[in-house]
Design a protein around this ligand. Structure first.
Ligand SMILES: Nc1ncnc2c1ncn2[C@@H]1O[C@H](COP(=O)(O)OP(=O)(O)OP(=O)(O)O)[C@@H](O)[C@H]1O
Length: 262
């Protein structure tokens, strides 16, 4: 990642050594159904991680378990060296790990500016509220233009921007984004992708689930493919991998997959 860009909330230095996030043998699921069968991954300080893989194979379940929304049946999660396994979501948020959920329909009746204010609910976030709001409006000028507009009246892309804005108002030390560009038209998708790159370039560590592997590869050099609730493959920092190999991992083909699939 590059040096912090101006006008973007900067992440604090990690406190737990060289790993921002460490997931070890995580098992979780819903009712009697086990979805994650022992997922392990490491997020090096100063890096982002990208998660990809077929629909319904446990990426969202993994994110929800990491951020305390779903109970881990076994395994460990550490954030900046602290054990956060099965901590309450608000404790995890207070430590600075903030999860922007998929397809977020946050606060439909509030205006953007009211929603942003609610995002700053921890003492640390309240202290940084004014500065963070100004920076978020710099990253997402559309949010500033529409700040008095109700969230329910925004387009899908604008709602996604508002969701990320609310997450940033929590003054995160790392941000989890679950399919931020899902279902967006190309132009707004590119606008959002550029904003996410700006947030990353400012030094904010990101955990991103995305179907668009090319976008993930621009954002990070550490990728995990989740398949059937397990890490089926990973790309480590410094490892060279080409597009065809990724597609082969994704679809279990010999790599002979057309460009148009992405
Ligand atoms: N609340 C729930 N109760 C029961 N089963 C669930 C629940 N949420 C998800 N599942 C199931 O868990 C499995 C994994 O879903 P998950 O959302 O983690 O997958 P995913 O890889 O994130 O897929 P997608 O990209 O479609 O979101 C799926 O079979 C899904 O139907």
């Amino acid at each position: 990642m590059t040096a912090p860009a101006e006008g973007v909330p900067a992440a604090a230095a990690p406190e737990g050594g060289s790993l921002t996030l460490e997931v070890e043998g995580l098992v979780s699921g819903y009712g009697r159904v086990t979805i994650l069968h022992g997922v392990s991954l490491d997020m090096q300080a100063g890096h982002n991680i990208g998660l990809f893989g077929p629909n319904g194979h446990g990426k969202t379940t993994l994110l929800r378990t990491v951020s305390g929304l779903l109970r881990a049946r076994s395994g460990r999660v550490r954030f900046q060296g602290r054990d956060i396994t099965n901590a309450k979501p608000r404790q995890i948020v207070a430590l600075g790990l903030i999860h922007v959920a998929q397809g977020n329909q946050i606060f439909p009746d509030l205006t953007i500016q009211e929603a942003l204010k609610l995002g700053a609910y921890t003492p640390r976030a309240r202290a940084a509220e004014a500065a963070n709001q100004e920076r978020i409006y710099e990253i997402f000028p559309r949010l500033k233009e529409r700040r008095r507009q109700q969230i329910r009246t925004l387009s899908g892309g604008e709602r996604q921007m508002a969701s990320i804005g609310v997450g940033l108002m929590g003054d995160p030390k790392a941000l989890i984004l679950d399919e931020p560009t899902l279902g967006l038209a190309p132009r707004i998708k590119e606008e959002l992708a550029a904003a996410i790159r700006t947030i990353s370039d400012a030094g904010m560590p990101l955990v991103v689930v995305e179907q668009d592997v090319e976008f993930l590869m621009e954002l990070t050099d550490q990728l995990y493919m989740i398949n059937h609730g397990e890490v089926a493959a990973q790309i480590r920092p410094g490892e060279q991998i080409d597009h065809e190999e990724i597609m082969a991992m994704y679809f279990g083909t010999g790599g002979n997959v057309g460009e148009t699939v992405l």
